[in-house]
Design a protein around this ligand. Sequence first.
Ligand SMILES: [Zn+2]
Length: 174
Amino acid sequence: MSSFIAAPQAIAGMSSGSHISSNECISEHDMTKLVCLSCGQTNRFPETRSGAAAKCGVCGDALIDGRPHDVDLATLRKAIRNDGLPLLADFWAPWCGPCRMMAPAFSKAAEALRGQARLVKLDTQAQLDAAAAFGIRGIPTLIGFVGGKEALRQSGALPAAQIAELAGRLRQTA
Ligand SMILES: [Zn+2]
């Protein structure tokens, strides 16, 4: 997976509708996976194409769109298990002032990190099991996941630059 993460130029060079060029040989080994954050479907595609233009085979939504998606606990768990990209989850709630304050920064970071990490939001008020499942003691809490495991955790509202910096550490872990 490290070659995927270390090749941002492949992402920048993507154009929509581009085809796999004839001098590439895609083996099963070079496939990567991303869970659709809209419908929960696990999608597979060639690693070299980076997924920047990949769409979900079931619902048609973009798999990488640079926005934080609201997910439920089941989708989050599935993405943690399957995703070929680092995942940064914001555990928040609508009643939490600092959480709401951080929301624009989180969106900005999601756009800046497009293609490098996916950012998701989990509403702990709507998903009552989520805080207990991840041992959340205060919100907002950001948890980074790489390769199916928790790689870092940070509580308290952060500006966009620090959120991006956290995700950068995730990429080094990957
Ligand atoms: Zn989908």
